[in-house]
Design a protein around this ligand. Structure first.
Ligand code: GTP
Ligand code: SPV
Ligand code: MN
Length: 593
């Protein structure tokens, strides 16, 4: 039974029914009874498997088709009226042409299947910063994931009311999981997303990258706010004061890890705490006091499994101990639990690898888990979830941090000279590609603000939006902007910085800079810490003031090469490249000369 009288929603659902012709239609009300019935149904058909009820209560395992394990950037489209609106970094197609193609693929594709109608809220239900979406899907896996990642059900529609048309339409059709007909398409001018022939994560959980970044970035541009690929964390000092930081790193470059980090021993003893507000997406708006406030629009974590362990990220691991869905990890048959590379040193010998084939635990021969295998865990499971997680007003931001995975060049940390220079620093981000998207791994590519795959309009106009936001902020209220790189390597290919919890040492410097408590050295690229000002107490053996100096080094010859790469990248944008950024590039070149 429909859960709303909102005619705009009912009419749209009717249209989808007429197109895809399901055998039946089920509205997701969000009740535990309904979700439990769906879990049972998915387990009965083999779509999912229940894991050990004692060790992993309420947890499920799912394997996607091996051709369908990551986002497909080459098949992701922004369909605006003109190609210019999508900009030079997005795939574009004319909306009429794309609608026709997608309708042809979707037509009758639910025959013999059930249509699930999922009403969901991105952000706390009813918050002024939140937005509503409706996703229709023929996948129980999608329903169960959306029920973790977002707030779903009747409460969303009750609060939304019968009049508003301000909601995002999402049609997902599994079809035959045919990779040659897979399309992830966005129509920002119609608040519409259509995804066909995939059953994987960011391609089909339409509230996440499709809505909360691609559509929302477009909405934010027009409504005066920002949707960013950023984690949100709070650092509490021994006096009990909490400062909030938003950080943008590309996919699989450490957002979840930083958001849930455990402080180093010395910091813990001194009384430092880190609180997680979000691990992937931030929606940001100016508050009444003139500061920027961020909410996490999500309600769970869709985190990278490999590498997650008791030492690297105990809070993420703890979050996966109940009510979690595991996708494409190895299945340990001895105790009906899960395993992935980097969980521990004991891969199960009696196991099933992520593709569904028997596996003997020999990790050098074949991997047990896919490198982009994931856990979908409820945010409320996280031991360090912030008390502000549900705060409808969000948290005030002290600093923005950009960062990528760069074996060379970029120092451990530096600060921009001012807001516009900070926008420049975000715009020149580059990072080695990861398994989070299909394609080659480890190739350095430009990924401005970690938004290259997620910006729903021309990236040049997006940079202008950043600059415009800065103009509305008083200098003393604007967040300070930084760049970090946890991934610098030495000649032997070893990471030069221990990373993970020890990244708090860098955040401490960042917060001190925000509070004017420490000076810095002015260099060609911005303000760098004096090596003595990064606290390395307790890191003896791993890092010294001398090795810190190496990670903080600015190599002018390498940076001059980089400036050429930036110039070439900027050249793609033509007239949408903000003048302010062209000027910042000139300044960088002059500083390096
Ligand atoms: P998405 O969910 O794809 O957006 O990824 P993410 O940005 O949340 O990345 P995540 O925190 O899951 O980390 C991805 C990988 O980076 C994992 O394999 C981590 O082990 C590794 N990693 C995270 N933080 C650090 C760090 O500080 N140093 C090093 N060397 N590796 C790190
Ligand atoms: C990312 O790739 O940035 C993710 C995973 O967070 S996905 O939801 O697949 O986009
Ligand atoms: Mn992400």
């Amino acid at each position: 039974m429909a859960l709303t009288n909102n005619k705009t929603i009912l009419d749209w659902v009717d249209e989808q029914v007429a197109l895809v012709k399901p055998d039946s239609v089920v509205w997701i009300d969000g009740s535990e009874e309904q979700l439990e019935a769906l879990r049972n149904e998915a387990c009965a058909t083999g779509e999912m498997e229940r894991l050990n009820e004692e060790l992993l209560p309420g947890c499920l395992l799912h394997r996607t088709n091996p051709n369908d394990v990551a986002r497909v950037e080459g098949r992701t489209f922004i369909c605006t009226k003109t190609k210019e609106e999508a900009g030079p970094t997005n795939n574009w197609e004319d909306p009429d042409v794309m609608y026709k193609k997608l309708f042809d693929i979707a037509r009758d594709s639910y025959k013999g299947r059930t249509m699930y109608v999922i009403p969901y809220s991105m952000g706390p239900i009813g918050s002024k910063l939140s937005k509503v979406g409706i996703e229709v899907t023929d996948s129980i896996y999608v329903v169960l994931n959306m029920a973790i990642m977002t707030r779903v059900g009747k409460a969303v529609l009750d609060s939304f009311g019968d009049e508003s048309n301000d909601w995002v339409r999402g049609l997902h059709c599994k079809c035959d999981i045919d990779e040659n007909n897979r399309y992830i398409c966005h129509f920002p001018q119609d608040n519409t997303i259509i995804s066909v022939n995939s059953g994987y994560g960011g391609n089909v959980l339409l509230g996440k990258k499709c809505f909360a970044l691609r559509i929302a970035s477009y909405q934010g541009k027009h409504e005066g706010w920002q949707a960013e690929h950023m984690l949100i964390l709070g650092v509490e000092n021994p006096k009990g004061e909490v400062k909030y930081i938003c950080a943008a790193f590309p996919s699989a470059c450490g957002k979840t890890n930083l958001a849930m980090m455990v402080p180093p021993e010395g910091y813990k003893k001194a009384g430092y705490k880190v609180w997680c507000v979000g691990d992937d997406i931030a929606w940001i708006r100016k508050g009444e006091d003139g500061r920027l406030y961020a909410i996490n629009p999500e309600n769970g974590f869709f985190g990278v499994a490999p590498g997650t362990n008791e030492k690297s990220n105990p809070n993420a691991l703890a979050s996966t101990k109940q009510g979690t869905i595991f996708t494409n990890v190895a299945h340990n048959l001895d105790n009906n639990t899960v395993w992935w590379e980097g969980l521990d040193k004991n891969p199960p010998e009696n196991a099933v690898e992520w593709t569904g084939k028997p596996w003997n635990g020999k990790v050098d021969e074949i991997k047990g888990a896919h490198p982009n295998s994931r856990f979908t865990a409820p945010a409320k499971n996280c031991p360090c979830i912030s008390s502000e997680f549900e705060n409808p007003a969000g948290v005030p931001i002290s600093a923005f941090v950009f960062g990528g995975r760069r074996a060379a060049l970029t120092p451990l940390v530096y600060q921009s000279r001012d807001w516009n220079h900070g926008v420049f620093v975000g715009s020149i981000m580059a990072s080695e590609t990861t398994a989070a998207a299909t394609g080659a791994v480890g190739v350095v590519r430009r990924d401005p603000m970690a938004m290259l795959p997620f910006c729903g309009y021309d990236m040049g106009d997006y940079w202008q939006h950043w600059i415009d936001i800065g103009e509305t902020l008083d200098a003393d209220k604007a967040p300070k902007i930084f760049n970090v790189n946890w991934f610098r390597k030495d000649e032997d290919g070893n990471f030069m910085w221990p990373g993970f919890g020890d990244n708090l040492r860098v955040l401490e410097w960042i917060i001190k800079r925000c509070e004017n408590e420490v000076d810095a050295e002015e260099t060609a690229i911005g303000y760098l810490p004096k090596a003595e000002d990064i606290n390395i107490e307790g890191l003896e053996g791993e890092v010294s003031v001398d090795s810190l100096k190496k990670i903080l080094d600015v190599d002018k010859a390498l940076w001059s090469e980089e400036a050429k790469g930036i110039e070439e990248f900027y050249g793609k944008f033509g007239k949408t490249l903000p003048e302010e950024l062209a000027k910042e590039l000139d300044t960088l070149k002059a500083n390096l000369a």
